[in-house]
Design a protein around this ligand. Structure first.
Ligand code: TRP
Length: 444
């Protein structure tokens, strides 16, 4: 072993680190509103299929590329296949997409921070549903509030990266993510007992496939990639830290199951409350901020202090989960600027803060820019890049090299038996399915 590069210590450490990157606003904020905008249960079915059939092979591919090259997103592929500028370009594109995502991710991080501060003031206790929804619309349409919150959120995250004090927040996330998990389960119980909640449950479990078209499939696949941090080379970078003895298939499946469960639970906590509060499920990015406080306000009817405490812990956990994801997105840019232009960590952070912060301000003030950027990144670029990664593993890398990584040179008997199936998925099913979904997205 080179000794210089850090490695994850154990299997649980790998799954925890990858799940930490995966679990974030994508599960709690984005998944429920995607479900609401794209047809409820039918979307969930598409999302499950996308995760098992496509995201899993893409995940395995990214770890394989990362572990084989021991390099980050930008240079991994050109390291394995030197002399071909195209793969450097793909790496560059991955870095750019992660920074674009970071710009609007921090806007939502800012909203969460705003709601965290409101929870400190116990401001959701005993509010009516219409009061709750107006809190969000007032906040998001005000000129300065979302911008200040967005820049504060991004400022704190960038500061953490600049000073290399990530370990602190990551340690904290080891407590806050399980806490969030537990709270979401408590919230499900509350949410389903609200008057009118059963409509929301029906919406989540009774699929109406007449709603599914090419666009829905692209949204479901985009959501699955987004949620697992795929398609922007983040998992390639993580893969470069994965130990030679580690089982890539088990780590991938473990992370996917973890992430999936989190998203589905969030859906079950939020959707019944959406229906109970009479909010339109397709209300868009503000969905959780309009519905979740309603759960807290009804919790507070008997004991207000419990409601205030639960909403405080809930938003705190969301802010921390969002911050750990945001930190790793910034880290992609910092690594790239350091490797390519020799910029120091602090200078890179300043530059990224100005670039992503500026773009984020535009997103924050212009919902149409926000929507277009999210659509372009998640439904187009993540798919395009994931396509490039599987094509790289299937057609550019030698089959024997891929086999060596996936089976740990024959040391994992189950993976040896599964290898042909996995390889077929990587080489044929994933690229073809992703290309078809990408194309039909524009046609249907
Ligand atoms: N998966 C994260 C979430 O669900 C967001 C995310 C996307 C991410 N790409 C990433 C996080 C890359 C870290 C690194 O919120």
């Amino acid at each position: 072993m080179s000794g210089k590069k850090e490695r994850f210590g154990s299997r649980t450490a790998v799954i925890m680190a990858m799940a930490g990157s995966a679990i974030g606003l994508g599960n709690i904020w984005r998944f429920p509103y995607m479900v609401g905008e794209h047809g409820g249960a039918a979307f969930i079915v598409m999302y499950l299929l996308a995760t098992l059939l496509l995201s899993l092979p893409v995940f395995i591919t990214e770890v394989t590329i990362g572990r084989r090259s021991r390099k980050g997103a930008f240079s991994a592929m050109s390291e394995l296949h030197p002399g071909h500028r195209i793969w450097e370009f793909v790496g560059l594109l991955a870095v750019i997409v992660s920074l674009l995502i970071n710009s609007y991710y921090c806007v939502i991080g800012g909203w969460s921070l705003d709601f965290l501060l409101r929870s400190c003031a116990a401001s959701f206790v005993r509010m009516s549903p219409s009061e709750v929804t107006s809190v969000f619309s007032q906040m998001s349409s005000s000129r300065w509030e979302p911008v200040v919150m967005h820049l504060s959120f991004m400022g704190i995250s960038t500061f953490i990266v600049a000073h290399g004090v990530k370990a602190g927040i990551e340690k904290f996330s080891k407590i806050s993510i399980p806490a969030l998990f537990f709270l979401i389960i408590v919230m499900i119980f509350y949410s389903v007992t609200l008057p009118g909640a059963s409509e929301g449950l029906k919406y989540l479990v009774k699929p109406d496939f007449s709603q599914v078209n090419g666009e829905t499939m692209a949204y479901a696949l985009g959501q699955s990639f987004y949620s697992l941090s795929l398609g922007m080379g983040a998992i390639i970078t993580y893969g470069s830290y994965v130990h030679k003895e580690e089982d890539i298939v088990v780590s991938g499946a473990g992370t996917a199951v973890f992430d999936l469960t989190f998203a589905i639970l969030a859906g079950f906590a939020i959707m019944p409350a959406v229906f109970a509060a009479g909010i339109e499920p397709g209300a868009g990015p503000g969905l959780i901020f309009q519905s979740v406080p309603y759960i807290f306000s009804s919790m507070g009817e008997e004991v207000p202090v419990i409601s205030a405490a639960v909403s405080f812990i809930f938003f705190l956990a969301i802010v921390v989960a969002a911050m750990t994801s945001c930190i790793s997105l910034i880290e992609v840019g910092v690594t790239f600027l350091g490797e390519k232009f020799n910029l120091s960590r602090k200078k890179s952070c300043c530059l990224l803060f100005v670039l992503c912060g500026g773009l984020g301000i535009v997103c924050s003030l212009q919902p149409s820019v926000f929507d277009s950027l999210d659509w372009f990144c998640s439904n187009v670029m993540l798919l395009v890049l994931a396509f490039c990664f599987v094509v790289f593993a299937g057609f550019v890398m030698k089959k024997e090299d891929v086999r060596e990584e996936i089976t740990n040179a024959g040391a994992k008997p189950l993976n040896v038996r599964l290898f042909n199936v996995i390889y077929f998925q990587i080489k044929w099913i994933a690229p073809i399915a992703i290309a078809v979904i990408l194309v039909t997205n524009f046609i249907l």
